[in-house]
Ligand binder design. Structure first.
Ligand code: ACM
Length: 264
C-alpha cells in the first residue's frame, strides 16, 4: 500500500482556503493513506479559546464530513488535524477517517504544548488503535508534542499499531533525533506531516520547520520533505511486516519486556 504525508502552510483563520487545499489533495493524491498536519484547517496560534471555538467543528459535520465522503468514495484513509468542538469541551484533535464511516474516529492530543493549555481541554480518552481489516492495517495517532513522550508510541504499539500517524506543527528542530527511535524500538512505521512557514500572532513569531517524514519500521527514512516548501511525500509500505516483533531466534522486543522493573 502507499502512504503520503502532505506538508503545507495553513493560512491562519482561513477555513475556506485551507479546506479546499486539503480536499483537493485528498482527491488527487494516489495513496491509500494520506496524512495532513495538526490544526490544518484553522492554523495554530489562537488568541484565546473563543477564537478557537470560531474555527472549530463538531466531528463529521463540516469539513471532516466532506473528507468522510471523499474517503468513502475513493477508498482512502485520511488523517487531519482540526479543532474538535464537543459542546462543553474543545480539543486539539485529529480525525482518522476510514472508507467505512463506522471506523472513523478522533484522537485528542494528550500532551498540550505551550499556550495550548489555555485554549484546549485535556484529553480524557487517551490512545487508541483502529484495526481496519478491509485494508489489513492497524493505525494509531499522536499529535505533535506527544512525540516527546515515548510512552505514547509504545502504548499504541502495544495496542497493535502497525503505523503511528503524527499530524504536527513542530517548532523545535530536535524532534527527528527522536522519531526514528520510536519507529525502531516499537517496530512500527512512524509518519509525521508537519507544516512549514511562520505564524506571527499574539506578539510571537512561531516558525514551523517542515521536514515531514515517513520512517520505516527500522527507523530509516522512506521519504523526507524539505524544510520550507509545500510538498507531498510518498512511500510504499507493508503494514503486516511490523507484526512479528522478534529479530533473531531468541529475542522479541515485546515478549522480552520486563515491565515489573519499569517505573512508568
Ligand atoms: C506542538 O505540539 N504543536 C509543538
Amino acid at each position: 500500500m502507499k502512504i503520503s504525508a502532505v506538508q503545507f502552510m495553513p493560512e491562519f483563520g482561513n477555513l475556506e482556503n485551507n479546506s479546499s487545499k486539503i480536499l483537493n489533495y485528498c482527491e488527487k493524491i494516489n495513496s491509500d493513506i494520506i496524512l495532513f498536519p495538526e490544526l490544518a484547517f484553522s492554523g495554530y496560534d489562537f488568541k484565546n479559546r473563543q477564537e478557537a471555538i470560531e474555527l472549530s467543528e463538531k466531528f463529521n459535520t463540516k469539513y471532516t464530513k466532506r473528507i468522510q465522503e471523499i474517503s468513502s468514495d475513493l477508498n482512502k484513509i485520511i488523517c487531519v488535524g482540526f479543532v474538535e468542538n464537543l459542546g462543553d469541551k474543545l480539543h486539539n484533535a485529529s480525525a482518522l477517517i476510514f472508507p467505512k464511516k463506522e471506523f472513523s474516529e478522533t484522537y485528542h492530543k494528550v500532551h498540550l504544548f505551550f499556550r495550548e493549555r489555555f485554549i484546549f481541554d485535556e484529553s480524557q480518552k487517551g490512545f487508541n488503535v483502529v484495526k481496519y481489516a478491509d485494508m489489513d492495517v492497524n493505525i494509531g495517532q499522536i499529535i505533535c508534542y506527544d512525540w516527546r513522550f515515548p510512552e505514547a508510541t509504545r502504548t499504541l504499539a502495544l495496542l497493535g499499531a502497525d503505523i503511528v500517524l503524527c499530524p504536527a506543527n513542530l517548532v523545535t528542530t530536535v524532534w527527528d533525533i527522536s522519531t526514528p527511535s520510536r519507529a525502531l524500538e516499537n517496530k512500527v512505521y512512524f509518519v509525521v506531516a508537519n507544516r512549514f512557514g511562520d505564524e506571527n500572532r499574539n506578539d510571537t513569531n512561531l516558525h514551523f520547520n517542515g521536514g515531514s517524514v515517513i520512517h520505516n519500521f527500522n527507523g530509516s527514512n522512506l521519504a523526507k520533505a524539505s524544510l520550507d516548501k509545500e510538498e507531498v511525500i510518498i512511500a510504499e509500505i507493508e503494514p503486516s511486516n511490523t507484526r512479528k516483533k522478534s529479530f533473531n531466534e531468541f529475542n522479541d522486543i515485546f515478549s522480552d519486556r520486563r515491565p515489573k522493573f519499569y517505573s512508568i
